[in-house]
Design a protein around this ligand. Structure first.
Ligand code: BEZ
Ligand code: FE
Length: 611
């Protein structure tokens, strides 16, 4: 059973494009009028605040060094509100000053770092980073202006976005995880992973920037609500003690920590939110594709420092889904230092999206092709298809095409034996449940069979058990349908259709009849028997390779056309016949199974043609 504690921090959030214009009102709303503005990107904020700004301190620095905080502190005399504009360094300085002065803060984040929704402050003094947590540190108001992020360079957008993703990832396996934070985190993962490639390709895309910033806000709430795991610990140490850059370090370390925690139940949820198979590998591939740094070595960390970093990270116990040992953390750091790709299938979703987006023209065609490509790409990825397997598939399809002639339709056989013809048929049937069910056409129908009067013997002395067939054709109200054109065809006693026997001249066991004024017609023939579908081609090989037999249950074919009615193509199956429950083309329907003695009667119900 779930049990949890959850503290929501009270902060007011203003999100949108151009929201910076409301900054002055937000200061006034806090009852303040004398602002110390923090940050080096504060130009537009200065004009938004007008005369409310009494001092400006631009010299923010990463990891909030206490020396800088002390310099800024000397500017707080007479100030009644702190406004920080910029990335984590500006927000951090705002919090450090709030901690020392108790002044209310407004944060205007311009990156995705996410400290603005948290009660956490990390400061560095003498090369060591310390962290404190106090609800009073949470900014009173956060103004997210998407327009301010438009100019954020692509490189920083990517690393900062991955930094935000790390908050969401670690929230999902935090000991304090709860349904509210999970929902924020999963939405953050989905938004960040889908928006980053768009922002990277089109940095000025306002929609994608908004998606990313909203994801960063959600991730920031996760960071503020629950304790983070080993990833954040490692990044704090690498930044605070080894001087590594904040966002880049997050981007490099995240996939390796995720791989270490791969057995956490959070990981499949993250993968699902990203729409990928393996989350750690997918985060690495995303970072690689977007040009983020991939190794701690490339960030300037010396290999000799790895052991010390691992020691520091495990000096105190820390929550993490997989138990932490110095050796374990050392190996995570080694992989991150070398920039090794975590094991796992590559994400091909970006390729799928590119192919799907390439289809224009007729909307229905684009929809069908796009969906087909999505499923085929999914099939390739989910089954880890090898090149040899795909070559084999192409060869199979080529031979299927090469086998086709006007009388041998191997592709129809393939569609039938894979149940696709029956699937399309079932869908069609479901749209007209009151009519006689249809059944697959099969490859042996020949246009324009010989017209014969009722009472004709179609078997003309062929061997087989004699059969009389009486048919009635009615509409949905039971009224007779007259002058309906009814084509019938079937195989001989050995299971062959005439088109399969080259020595035969002319049509055999096929005919065209018409219904009389009472909707009736009848004919004589022989009782149909089970037969194998042609299995001397690729489809036969497929059946044998998969342990399937090629037999169809015994049946008669009908194609019925009448003016004003929808065409009906169907079959009647012999009750008690062989293969009724394992028909090679999945074509048997219970409503079409009828008693055949030496005669058979059946009433077909046609639906009106509204087309
Ligand atoms: C047939 O009933 O004639 C048939 C249907 C599908 C595949 C092969 C034969
Ligand atoms: Fe048939």
């Amino acid at each position: 059973m779930e049990s949890f504690e959850y503290t929501a921090h009270a902060s007011r959030v203003i999100f949108g494009a151009g929201t910076l214009a409301r900054l002055g009102d937000e200061v006034t709303r806090l009852g303040a009028s004398r602002v110390l503005l923090l940050g080096d990107r504060a130009g537009r904020s200065l004009s938004a605040l007008g005369s409310l700004t009494v001092a400006h301190f631009p010299d923010v620095a990463m990891h909030t060094p206490v020396e800088i905080t002390e310099q800024a502190l000397s500017r707080t005399d007479g100030v009644d509100c702190l406004v920080s504009v910029g990335g984590g360094s500006s927000t951090g300085l705002g919090k450090a000053l709030a901690a020392r002065t108790g002044l209310p803060q407004i944060a205007v984040p311009t990156t995705y770092a996410g400290s603005e929704m948290t009660p956490v402050l990390g400061e560095t003094a003498y090369g060591k980073k310390t962290t404190r947590r106090d609800p009073a540190l949470v900014p009173k108001t956060v103004v997210y202006d998407v327009e301010l992020t438009l100019g954020l360079p692509v490189g920083l957008s990517v690393t900062s976005g991955l930094n935000a993703m790390a908050h969401a990832v670690e929230a999902l396996y935090s000991p304090q995880a709860n349904p509210a934070v999970d929902a924020f985190a999963l939405d953050a993962v989905a938004r960040i992973s889908r928006a980053l490639p768009v922002v990277s390709a089109r940095p000025g895309d306002l929609e994608a920037r908004a998606d990313l910033l909203a994801g960063a806000w959600l991730a920031s709430m996760c960071l503020g609500a629950v304790e983070m795991g080993v990833h954040h610990k490692l990044c704090h140490i690498l930044g605070g003690s080894f001087g590594l850059p904040h966002a880049e370090t997050h981007a490099v370390v995240l996939p390796h920590v995720m791989a270490y925690n791969a057995s956490s139940p959070a990981m499949p949820r993250i993968a699902a939110a990203m729409g990928v198979a393996d989350a750690p590998a997918a985060v690495f591939d995303l970072a690689a594709r977007l040009g983020a740094p991939l190794s701690l070595a490339s960030l300037g960390l010396a290999e000799a420092d790895l052991a010390a970093a691992a020691e520091l990270a495990t000096a105190q116990p820390y929550p993490n889904p997989r138990p932490l040992s110095a050796a374990g953390v050392r190996s995570v750091l080694g992989e991150a230092w070398r920039g090794e790709r975590p094991p796992g299938r590559p994400d091909i979703g970006w390729l799928t999206d590119e192919v799907v987006a390439s289809f224009g023209g007729d909307p229905r065609l684009a929809q069908l092709l796009g969906d087909l490509v999505r499923r085929l790409h999914g099939f390739v990825a989910d089954n880890d298809l090898t090149e040899d397997e795909w070559k084999g598939a192409i060869d199979f399809l080529s031979r299927t095409g090469q086998m086709c002639t006007p009388t041998r339709q191997e592709f129809v056989l393939l569609s039938d034996t894979l149940g696709i013809s029956s699937a399309v048929d079932l869908l069609t049937n479901s749209r007209s449940p009151d009519t006689t069910p249809s059944a697959v056409l099969g490859p042996f129908y020949v246009e324009g069979p010989p017209s014969v009067p009722s009472g004709t013997d179609l078997a003309e002395g062929l061997p087989g058990a004699p059969l009389r067939v009486d048919v009635r054709i009615v509409d949905l109200s039971g009224q007779p349908v007259r002058e309906a054109v009814v084509d019938v065809w079937q195989s001989n006693e050995d299971g062959f259709y005439d088109v399969q026997l080259p020595e035969l001249e002319g049509p055999v066991l096929r005919a065209r009849l018409r219904s009389d004024s009472d909707g009736r017609l009848w004919f004589r023939t022989i009782r149909p028997s089970e037969y194998p579908i042609p299995d001397d081609g690729p489809v036969g090989q497929m059946l044998r390779a998969t342990g399937r037999h090629p037999y169809r249950a015994p049946h008669l074919h009908f194609m019925i056309n009448a003016p004003g009615f929808r065409q009906l193509i169907t079959q009647l199956f012999v009750a008690g016949g062989a293969y009724l429950d394992s028909d090679a083309v999945f074509g048997v329907k219970p409503d079409l199974i009828v008693e055949f003695t030496d005669s058979v009667e059946f009433t077909f119900r046609l639906g009106a043609d509204h087309a």
